[in-house]
Design a protein. Structure first.
Length: 315
């Protein structure tokens, strides 16, 4: 699921695009921000659909082997048991999944070799043989082979990596979140009754998270000059061109949270942006940002601009 750190990264990415653009119209960027969040959910549904695609290919494999000119005994005894996997069946009957597949127009027809490649590797594995041999047939036991397909074949396949990187620019950034979403789906699906199973939610509380990211984006732009001046005052000994654009954006985002988001503790804001800097900026950015923000925070507190309430008072 997308937590607040992931959402801050989404805001950072769109702010960077806005910074590089000549347009000062914020509306398309607001829209892009929400689309970036929705795209994570789309990738998640694509991954689920690939599991179904692999199961469907087991039937094609059986039919192809049986229709050989001189089929072997193994060919004639090939199994399509995966197609009847109870987790796969529950997923295909799930209304949330059906609706999402239609919404995103998901189809693997553009590259049928993907499912074939995964199944070809799968059918030679000890895990698949164990699945075919098992007599226990419950949704719980059937999930084990699907987990194996996802974790050991799909996530480890260079071909899958390439497909998703080509379709989704943020695949490398969101891959960890997607793994968590699929893992949550495995946990959620425990019944053969379709209506009792639910897809994972993209955010723990979208009703709060949606206005959070929109407000954060808008305020970073609205207070650009005022908060940039604060940063400039604390970086007089630094040449402007030596300060990474990402560092500046991260500091402006942090200042906005410190001043305008009363329910977010100071420590949370400071830690979050320092951690994001480690991943998305230069090797020394986290210590640089930490030092500058400490000085700015002291000034903000001295002038009474940091006013925290409720959860924001937690130290």
């Amino acid at each position: 699921m997308l937590n607040r750190r992931h959402l801050r990264v989404k805001v950072l990415q769109v702010l960077y695009s806005y910074q590089q653009s000549e347009s000062r119209d914020m509306r398309p960027f607001e829209k892009a921000l929400l689309q970036n969040v929705d795209r994570v959910y789309e990738m998640y549904v694509w991954l689920l659909s690939l599991l179904v695609e692999v199961a469907d290919y087991s039937v094609i494999d059986v039919e192809g082997r049986a229709s050989k000119h001189l089929p072997s005994e193994d060919d004639l005894n090939a199994s399509d048991k995966l197609r009847g996997n109870l987790f796969i069946a529950a997923l295909q009957q799930n209304q949330e999944y059906i609706t999402a597949v239609k919404k995103y127009k998901i189809s693997w027809d553009f590259d049928p070799e993907i499912a074939k490649s995964i199944f070809s590797t799968l059918k030679t594995s000890a895990e698949y043989k164990g699945f075919l041999d098992q007599t226990d047939h419950t949704i719980k036991s059937d999930k084990d082979i699907v987990k194996f397909i996802f974790k050991k074949l799909i996530l480890k396949s260079p071909g899958i990596e390439q497909v998703f990187e080509e379709k989704f620019i943020n695949w490398p950034v969101d891959k960890e979140v997607l793994q968590a979403l699929v893992a949550k789906t495995f946990k959620n699906f425990s019944s053969v009754e379709p209506e009792e199973n639910h897809l994972a939610q993209i955010c723990p509380n979208w009703d709060e998270d949606r206005p959070f990211i929109i407000d954060l984006f808008n305020k970073v732009i609205a207070f650009e000059h005022e908060y940039q001046e604060m940063i400039s005052q604390k970086t007089k000994n630094w040449e402007a061109e030596r300060i990474a654009v990402m560092d500046t954006l991260l500091m402006r985002m942090a200042i906005v949270e410190l001043v305008h988001f009363s329910s977010i503790p100071v420590k949370v804001t400071m830690n979050e942006y320092i951690e994001i800097a480690k991943e998305f900026s230069t090797p020394k950015s986290n210590s640089f940002i930490n030092g500058i923000l400490d000085k700015i925070l002291a000034d903000l507190k001295a002038t009474g601009k940091v006013r925290k309430t409720g959860r924001g008072l937690i130290e």
